[in-house]
Structures are given as C-alpha cells and as structure tokens.
Design a protein around this ligand. Structure first.
Ligand SMILES: Cc1ncc(COP(=O)(O)O)c(C=O)c1O
Length: 351
C-alpha cells in the first residue's frame, strides 16, 4: 500500500499534546507497557562504571574519551561526533543552530523534534504518512531545507530502508534521522550512522532505551563537521555530565555492542510472540510490520481500549497525541511472553 501524505502546516498545531510521553501513563500497581525502556537495565557492569565515575565528578566533564570511542565505533572523525544530554537535547540544539526556511517533520513520529522547532520559533509542516506508514521520499516537498524522520519510527515501529532514507538527502537540506531505536534490531540494519557521503545528514542516537539510562540523559549526534560545530556552539557548557560521558564510552565497546545485539535478538523473539498473539485478537489490527521494541495496534471503532486496560492494571501508551493517529491506536511495549499473554487475555475480554 502506498502511504497517503498530507501537509498540514500550522493550522492544527494545538490539536496534539506534543509533550505527552509514555511515562505519564504509568503508575503504582500498573504493568508498564507504555514506556519503551528495556526492562532489567542498566546491566550491573554499567551501573558499576557509572558509580565509579562519581569519583571524578568534582571536575568539569571532559568529553574527549567518549568522543574518541564513538568516533571509532562509527568510523568517523571525532569532529563529527557531538555528545548530547539525550536525543531530547539534540532536538533543541538543532532547533537553535539551524535557520530553516521550510522545516518538515515526517509523522506519525516522536513529537519532541517538532516541539523543539516550534519553541525556537520555526514554522513546521507535517508530512503525515498513512496506510502502512511506508516512506515515500517524493512526498517530502522538494524545497524543504530541514527534514526530520525517525528510524525505526516511534510509535509506528516501522523501519525505513536505508536507501529510501538516503534519497531524502540533498545539498541545501539538513536531513535529521532519529535512530533512538535503531539498536533494537541485531546489527542495527538500515542505520545511516556511518554514511559520510550524504550531504547534510544528522544522525541522532540515544542510550536511553537499550541501556536503561533515561534518567542519566545521554545520547549523541553524528553530523558533518560544520553542522556538528553548530550543534556544539548551541549547547550550554558541560551539558553532558561525567557519568553520561562514561556511559557513552562504555556502551561503544565491542563487548557492549555484542550485548546489545544479544538483547535485540531476545527482543525479536519476544516481539514475534506478541505479534502472533495480537493477530489472534478479533477487533484489533496491526497496520504495519513492527521492527522496534514496541507495536502499534489499532482497534477500529473502539476508543476506550486504553482505559479498559488501565482498569485491568495494564498501562499502554495512548495514540491520540501523535499527529496522524487517533484514540483507536495504542502503542504496546514488547515484554516477556508471559506479560504479553496477560495483555492479550485482557484485550480479548475487552474486545
Ligand atoms: C523516537 C525517540 N527519539 C528520541 C527520544 C528521546 O530520548 P532521550 O532524550 O532519552 O535520548 C525518544 C524518547 O522517548 C524517542 O522515543
């Protein structure tokens, strides 16, 4: 199916709460299927490294070792690597550093990039994918000089092929690819993190999800040196703490990457279990093949499913705060099979 694409301009900015996140949906006594941070994280060895890093916090942070480790991991020069306080800070730095004449955000996707652009005073057009959420690069206006896309995309869980994304890059345009979830597949297929040949490409990465470091605030940007310099200049001094820099270095090692791959393989099996179980639920559909640590489900004609699940002690992420989706959609985190079975039993009763 080809995706339908609409440009919505500014007129419906206020229809969606761009600052709503899954963590607002969880609470005491609820099984958390709303937040996509890997369970059982951070691993013990990483916690130990973070604790040890506290010995050094009397000094201002020095990003040198983290940058060198990331440069080696992505096979790029260090001046193309910018540590950030999570992907969230990277969106703000981009919004500060760039002066787009025509910014386009491809939706449905994580809403903070658009929120950051608007907060910095930029107008934003939306390209809203429909159908199975497949990306058609020709649907993005040719004059867009800033394009933001997620891969794999939150909340659709769709992973766009690298060659399709690459077609969005061109001279005179900054292409931002948010890869916060790219390490949820073994070997990080379709990552553009090593592509230095694409003009204006900025790849954003986060340690939040796979390593369980949401509270540490840690991620990084990979960009051509000029763009990277702009991001550094837009950042507050020392915004990435010493423990966060230690995490960047530690999680770049070959052993850590192998561990992430292993976790991604386990996730793939758990997701297959969830998808099979959900497919047997009458009145529920998956609009696209999921590729990340969550699944987007639609319940046609039913907008009460999230509330009914909450009454049964299960928190899922509402869909209606994402441009292009509505209250018939919920996002479900992939968990261990027994947790998914509990969800599917509850869904079967509700539907
Ligand atoms: C797609 C996506 N990108 C980026 C982020 C930001 O993550 P962080 O700022 O914790 O790195 C999130 C968080 O939910 C996300 O879902």
């Amino acid at each position: 199916m080809t995706a339908r694409v609409t440009i919505s301009g500014d007129q419906d900015t206020d229809r969606y709460d761009l600052h709503h996140h899954g963590d607002a949906e969880v609470g005491p006594g609820l099984v958390d299927l709303a937040v996509n941070v890997r369970t059982g994280t951070p691993p013990r060895w990483l916690r130990d490294r973070l604790v040890a890093s506290l010995d050094d916090v009397a000094a201002y942070p020095d990003p040198g070792r983290a940058i060198a480790a990331l440069a080696e991991r992505h096979d790029r020069p260090g001046d193309e690597v910018v540590p950030t306080a999570g992907g969230a800070e990277a969106f703000v730095l981009l919004a500060r550093a760039l002066r787009p004449r025509h910014a386009v955000v491809v939706h449905p996707q994580f809403t903070e990039p658009e929120a950051a652009l608007r907060a910095a005073g930029h107008a934003v057009d939306r390209v809203v994918l429909d159908g199975d959420f497949r990306l058609d690069p020709d649907a993005v206006p040719a004059d867009a000089d800033l394009v933001v896309v997620g891969n794999p995309t939150n909340p659709t869980s769709v992973r766009h092929p690298a060659d399709v994304l690459a077609r969005l890059a061109r001279p005179g345009r900054t292409l931002v690819v948010d890869e916060a979830f790219i390490d949820t597949a073994p070997g990080e297929p379709d990552s553009l993190g090593g592509r230095r040949d694409l003009p204006g490409l900025v790849v954003l990465r986060s340690l939040t999800k796979t390593w369980g470091l949401a509270g540490l605030r840690v991620g990084y940007a990979l960009a051509p040196a000029g763009l990277a310099e702009g991001l550094r200049a837009a950042a507050p001094p020392w915004s990435v703490s010493t423990p966060a820099l230690v995490a960047l270095e530690a999680c770049s090692s070959p052993a850590a990457r192998a561990e992430a791959d292993e976790a991604a393989r386990a996730l793939t099996a758990d997701r297959a279990h969830l998808v099979t179980a959900l497919s047997a639920v009458d009145g529920l559909e998956l609009r696209a093949t999921p590729a990340a640590s969550f699944v987007l489900a639609r319940t046609p004609g039913r907008t009460d499913v999230r509330k009914r699940l909450r009454e049964r002690g299960i928190a899922v992420r509402r869909g209606d705060t994402f441009p292009g989706l509505d209250a018939e959609h919920v996002r479900i985190a992939v968990r261990a099979p027994e947790v998914s079975d509990g969800l599917v039993a509850a869904l079967s009763e509700i539907l």
